[in-house]
Design a binder for this molecule. Structure first.
Ligand SMILES: O=C(O)CCC(=O)C(=O)O
Length: 230
């Protein structure tokens, strides 16, 4: 079951279920049956505009293969300037160097990611060649990621969740309060952030309760936005 915890204006302890609104966007991804909220962009109901979510985007066997691929990578602790994050990562295409505050070339995108890149780009109605940065991340139990927006060098951001669910939290300033939204990102699901969900809202993941892996796919910004909330 796909649940949305939704809270507005600094009341995260008041989750309620919103039926949401299905977008009329075309997608070659099979749509699940039933009342689950699958694709949404609720400018008028508090879901970050530009956020889309697709449960069961990949099969359980693809999920197993991808986890094995990630486990076989030379994962290294996430470097944030002088600090080291607890999550372990490997980048392809490009990586952002926090010490030098610039992008640098990483290893080429591997062939095993190609079919996923093609499907994900199609979900985002983009050419596969537009996805030029991939980050594979391993979260051990208790590991989190703090509030942030992705670097302005990147445009659309897609995330495949693997192995376990997480609370994918969003917040944005609304006057003196924070407006909040939580996506229950299930294993094998895909989220896409573009527009305000990408450029205005911050996101974070609280400490995970089970080991989790994710693969983040990013397009490159032709004109980096300011990175500041509109
Ligand atoms: O693990 C995820 O799905 C999100 C990762 C993320 O926000 C990031 O790497 O900037």
């Amino acid at each position: 079951m796909f649940n949305q915890g939704f809270a507005r204006f600094g009341s995260p302890s008041m989750p309620c279920y919103k039926p949401g609104r299905e977008l009329g966007r075309s997608s070659n991804v099979p749509q699940p049956m039933g009342p689950q909220l699958t694709l949404f962009s609720l400018d008028d109901a508090g879901v970050p505009q530009g956020l889309r979510y697709q449960p069961d985007f990949i099969s359980a066997s693809d999920e197993r293969d991808l986890i094995e691929r990630i486990q076989a990578l030379p994962l290294a602790p996430f470097q944030f300037g002088a600090f080291e994050g607890k999550r372990r990562v490997a980048s392809f295409g490009w990586r952002y160097d926090y010490s030098q505050q610039k992008l640098e070339k990483a290893e080429d995108l591997p062939a095993w990611l190609e079919p996923f890149i093609a499907r994900i780009a199609s979900f985002g109605e983009l050419p596969a060649s537009s996805i030029r940065q991939v980050l594979c991340t391993e979260y051990d139990v208790g590991v989190s990621i703090g509030w942030h927006r992705d670097k302005p060098h990147f445009a659309e951001v897609f995330g495949l969740s693997l192995a376990s669910a997480c609370k994918f939290r969003f917040r944005r300033k609304a006057g003196a309060e924070w407006e909040r939204f939580t996506l229950d990102a299930q294993p094998r699901s895909l989220y896409m952030m573009s527009g305000p969900a990408r450029q205005v809202w911050e996101h974070s993941i609280p400490p995970v309760e089970q080991p989790r892996y994710s693969i983040t796919f990013r397009t490159m910004a032709t004109t980096p936005y300011s990175g500041k909330p509109a």
